[in-house]
Design a protein around this ligand. Structure first.
Ligand SMILES: Cc1cc2nc3c(=O)[nH]c(=O)nc-3n(C[C@H](O)[C@H](O)[C@H](O)COP(=O)(O)OP(=O)(O)OC[C@H]3O[C@@H](n4cnc5c(N)ncnc54)[C@H](O)[C@@H]3O)c2cc1C
Length: 417
């Protein structure tokens, strides 16, 4: 443990060498061991700032929970610079372009060439979570798995705390700060008094049926296909496993989707005029995910700071959720480091504003992309007008180098927003 210059004693966890009761006190209590919480714990630990991560699920569960898989250049660089990317760099696949399909035609957008050679990396989120957990535990970081009934207290005071149960026993953890990294359905955001947050958001009129299939990819680059029956996406995972998405109705039931129907729709929606074929294989997992946009402002209340999905959700079309979560963690770690290093509150005070600039940019891009690649359902107001706009958008993007360059910088991830 490091005692930090200029830090009030109750925030340091006690003088060096004194063993406090297990988890009675920490500098930063982190709720949630997703990408935001784990990256934050690492970045703080690197600067000598203590944290304890409380995670509701088991280690095995979070290390196998299938979600995102596309890392922005900036995210990869951050993880690499902080020694968190060894396995990711070894096993991840570098991507330099993506394909848009419509009218049976294929259009490649070489985003790397269009954005200074920056690339994306395909690496499954659950693998990254597993790496971060392993590295954190190896560095003697504390992660409490299966922490039940986590509750936040006194977040407006200088001594906020967390209570939780572990194996039935109640624990209390006094914190200097609390980081709410517990996702959209977590407990942190609802702990903020009503009226203190302004929320924005809406449900998009489509959902994604996502499958994991034990089959080699049929493409070397991600495909986004718009067909009159709806969107189909071919994402990459590994050489043996592929991820596919189909646009379905938001209230659709997975029971309506036997494997044969899924492969029929994928074949139909991906069909091209040049004889491209889809490899098929056993479906290992399938689920339906609603698409929503959501932002809570500000991302701070008192000594509680929200990060990642706890504060914002973007539709998955642009593959940005995990990247935003890690970006918030970086900003928050720098703000907390400034406080613990010099007592400066400047970065803590600007945390929300700094993060929200990027969040809104990504929200706009993810929405723009979502409306461009999905079949616009009949029930949407002005559906026929929107479909003609969509067509104009697709034609512009696939014919104008300027439009493609703008797409590239947003997709690969703007550096300075
Ligand atoms: C089904 C699904 C599919 C997705 N697909 C994509 C995709 O293809 N591309 C993309 O970019 N993004 C995708 N996303 C979004 C992306 O996965 C998230 O944006 C990312 O996980 C956010 O990271 P986070 O750390 O903020 O939150 P999370 O990863 O949600 O982590 C939050 C953690 O907090 C824990 N937790 C929750 N409540 C509590 C509590 N009360 N007490 C203690 N712990 C708690 C959770 O168990 C979880 O481990 C998907 C999300 C979902 C749900």
């Amino acid at each position: 443990m490091h005692t930090l210059k200029g830090t009030p004693a109750h925030l340091t966890g006690g003088p060096a060498g004194v063993k406090l009761p297990r988890m009675a006190r920490t500098q930063v209590g982190i709720v949630g061991a997703g990408p935001a919480g784990l990256v934050l714990a690492h970045l703080l630990g690197e600067r000598g700032i203590e944290s304890v991560v409380l995670e509701r699920h088991t280690r095995d569960y979070i290390e196998h929970r299938v979600r995102a898989g596309l890392l922005e250049h900036r995210t990869v660089e951050l993880l690499r610079e902080h020694g968190l990317g060894g396995r990711m760099l070894e096993l991840g696949q570098v991507h330099r372009g993506t394909e848009l399909r419509f009218d049976g035609q294929r259009h490649r957008i070489p985003y790397s060439d269009l954005y200074g050679g920056r690339t994306m990396l395909v690496y499954p989120q659950q693998e990254l979570v597993a790496d971060l957990v392993r590295l954190r535990l190896a560095a003697d970081g504390e992660i409490v798995f299966e922490a039940d009934d986590v509750a936040l207290h006194d977040i407006e005071s200088e001594r906020p705390s967390l209570t939780y149960r572990e194996n039935g026993a109640c624990h209390e953890l006094e914190c200097g700060f609390i980081a709410g990294c517990d996702g959209f359905h977590g407990v942190s955001r609802p702990s903020i008094p009503p009226g203190a947050l302004t929320t924005y958001g809406f449900e998009l009129p489509f959902a994604w049926l996502g499958i994991i299939a034990a089959v080699a990819p049929s493409t070397s680059e991600i495909i986004y296909a718009l067909h009159e029956r709806g969107f189909a996406g071919h994402m990459l995972r590994t050489n043996e496993i592929s991820r596919f998405y189909l646009q379905v109705e938001p209230d659709d039931d997975i029971a309506n989707w036997p494997d044969d129907r899924i492969w029929f729709e994928l074949r139909t929606r991906f069909a091209t005029n040049d004889g491209w074929t889809l490899r098929e294989g056993p479906i290992l997992e399938k689920s339906i995910t609603d698409m929503r946009s959501f932002i809570a402002e500000p991302m701070r209340h008192g000594r509680l700071f929200l990060a990642g999905d706890a504060a914002h959700i973007v539709p998955p079309s642009g593959a940005k959720g995990m990247n935003l979560a890690i970006s918030d963690a970086r900003v928050l770690s720098e703000a907390l480091a400034a406080w613990y290093g010099s007592g400066s509150t400047a970065l803590l005070d600007s945390y929300s504003e700094t993060c929200l600039r990027r969040v809104w940019r990504v929200q706009e891009f993810s929405n723009w992309m979502s409306w461009m690649i999905h079949k616009i359902p009949d029930g949407v107001p002005d559906a026929s007008f929107r479909r003609r706009l969509q067509r104009a958008q697709l034609e512009y993007l696939t014919t104008s180098p300027s439009a493609a360059a703008s797409f590239a910088e947003n997709y690969v991830g703007l550096e300075d927003v």
